[in-house]
Write a protein that binds this ligand. Structure first.
Ligand code: FAD
Length: 534
């Protein structure tokens, strides 16, 4: 039975929609009773009108704080069935860059602010079981069921209580499960476990017709693969079943430096070739970043302990316009392996060709390692440097052209100012399921290059949004002219021609799936891939 409050809110929203000329079937929203809350409160609308990128603002007509998948299904069904229709976008934690979770003339579902805490996370399976999952194998390990709007930090805290943890991560944990699964979800574990979308067994999805469908590799597999990496186009993830492994207790975290790019990439590629080895014979995490100015390195050096002589960065080639590359690796361990961790790390480092005096090591609890970016967030927040525009550019670059990218971008276009970290690490394509919607370069190994920059009002031209956006365009132009076939990660395109080029061979399938699961094209219109059919 609908309660009075939702009815009043439905009434308000109906009038609001009418005033802007969008007449929704009064028997639709008006008659809907949400267990959660449908809000037209100005502060609520304002909150979801912005995202982490802070470069676009779109105010929706209303915000739904759902209490259940049924609330979401009811809303989407109404949008689908009403004569005039309206758009619906799920919003995870609003950490997109270009308004991907916005809904013009529509309703935003605030997934992470679900009003029900009931059953948001539930652990299933046998927590004592040792995981043995390989790509394509039947899961024989523990897993957990998670509400689609849950933040990964909360997922981690819940599973740690059982001594378990998900296997594949993002660098930052204040992102929602549905949001990262709609993209891919990558970090330094992806070379071994694949992206987060490779580590999901089952989903509940509300399709664009308002149907709640359970899907997996075995059942409704077309929807399952469409939704993973599907940019929110085919349905709203309300539940995800995530694979777990026994959680390590501690992490040995190591950074080493290179001035030679080919030595750096050769070593990164060697380390990711060890995927599938017993954990004693490989690192658990492989990432890296580019250092084009000294400021960045001095930021992190103090929190790392260098067992060798103190390093004079200027003597390594970074000072005079040179570029340094930092390889970042970790080894997980617990009480039972604490005695051998030094030996295992030593054996792996011995095979690498970094500058010998540049080994920086630290040792921290597993949770602190996974939650490391949040620490940086708090520091930036305290200086007012978090809620600023972020003209980020994330690209997948094929291995065969990464040296050209280095010459043209790191040693060329960027100059010696970056305005933020530049990540670079390779991944194995065979850990990505080709049936998912995500697109990657057509090579066995490809690199993530993430230019994660902040635009500031500092008076310096190189830090302005205009400068950084121009530089991003210059980088893309360079790739295009040099024939470097990059794919955007967390893509942002404005015309259908660009989207068609982005998806390449997958475009026809993407359109077919859209017509099947969201025929009125009402979902996630903030991605600007399809025009709604009303
Ligand atoms: P939103 O931005 O709210 O939504 C993103 C898209 O997914 C929208 O189109 C939305 O409609 C759709 N969506 C949201 N929820 C659902 C759902 N339940 N069902 C269906 N569609 C949904 N990414 C990585 O892979 N690795 C990283 O290491 C990483 N680090 C990051 C660090 C920071 C500081 C930030 C800001 C982002 C980072 N990201 C990283 C990017 C992140 O994965 C994306 O922003 C992603 O969209 C998740 O953010 P969100 O949960 O806030 O989703």
């Amino acid at each position: 039975m609908p309660t009075t409050k939702p009815l009043i809110l439905s009434f308000v929203i109906y009038h609001l929609l009418s005033t802007v000329g969008l007449t929704v079937d009064p028997n639709g929203l008006l008659g809907l009773g949400f267990d959660g809350q449908l809000s037209v409160d100005a502060a609520d609308v304002e909150t979801v009108s912005l995202d982490f990128g802070r470069m676009t603002q779109v105010k929706p007509l209303a915000v739904l704080h759902p209490a259940s998948a049924d609330d979401i299904a009811g809303l989407v069904r109404t949008a689908y069935q009403s004569a005039q229709g309206f758009t619906v976008s799920a919003r995870g934690h609003g950490h997109s860059i270009n308004g991907q979770a916005h809904a013009t003339d529509g309703v935003v579902i605030a997934m992470s602010s679900s009003t029900s805490k009931r059953n948001r996370i539930s652990l299933q399976g046998n927590p004592a079981a040792r995981p043995t999952l390989l790509l394509g194998d039947k899961p024989s390990c523990s897993y957990m069921d998670v509400w689609g709007g849950e933040l990964w930090i909360d997922v981690l805290n819940s599973t740690l209580e059982y001594g378990l943890a998900p296997r594949s991560w993002t660098d930052y944990l204040y992102l929602s499960v549905g949001g990262t699964l709609s993209n891919a979800g990558i970090s330094g574990q992806a070379f071994n476990h694949g992206p987060q979308i490779t580590n999901v067994y089952e989903l509940d999805v509300v399709t664009g017709k308002g149907e709640v469908v359970t899907c997996s590799n075995e059942h409704n597999s077309e929807l399952f693969h469409a939704v993973l990496g599907g940019l929110g186009q085919f349905g709203i993830i309300t539940r995800a079943r995530i694979a777990l492994e026994p959680a390590p207790q501690r992490v040995r975290w190591i950074r080493v430096l290179y001035s030679n790019f080919s030595a750096f990439t050769k070593d990164q590629e060697y380390l990711i070739s060890l995927h599938g080895n017993p954990s004693t014979d490989r690192f658990d995490y492989v990432e890296g970043f580019v250092i084009v100015d000294e400021g960045l390195i001095n930021n992190w050096r103090s929190s790392f302990f260098s067992p060798r002589n103190p390093v004079k960065i200027s003597s390594l080639g970074a000072a005079n316009g040179g570029v340094l590359y930092c390889l970042e690796v970790t080894k997980n361990y617990d009480e039972s392996t604490a005695d051998t961790v030094d030996q295992e790390v030593g054996a792996l480092l011995k095979k690498l060709d970094f500058i010998p005096t540049t080994i920086f090591t630290t040792d921290i609890p597993y949770l602190d390692f996974l939650d490391r970016v949040h620490k940086a967030e708090l520091k930036l927040r305290s200086k007012g440097l978090w809620d600023v525009p972020h003209p980020w550019l994330n690209l997948f670059v094929p291995k065969s052209r990464i040296a050209d990218f280095d010459r043209g971008v790191f040693k060329g276009i960027l100059g010696n100012k970056t305005s933020g970290p530049i990540l670079i690490y390779p991944m194995n394509k065979n850990k990505w399921d080709h049936r998912s919607s995500v697109v990657t370069p057509d090579e066995d190994i490809f690199y993530l290059v993430g230019l994660l920059r902040s635009a500031l009002d500092s008076g310096e031209e190189t830090q302005t949004m205009e400068y950084l956006n121009n530089q991003n365009r210059q980088i893309l132009r360079f790739c295009n002219e040099a024939g470097i076939k990059v794919k955007h990660y967390l893509p942002n395109h404005s015309t259908q021609e660009e989207w068609k080029a982005h998806f390449g061979e997958k475009w026809d399938l993407f359109v077919k799936r859209k017509m099947e699961f969201d025929p009125k094209r009402i979902l996630a219109t903030g991605q600007r891939i399809f025009q709604p059919a009303f």
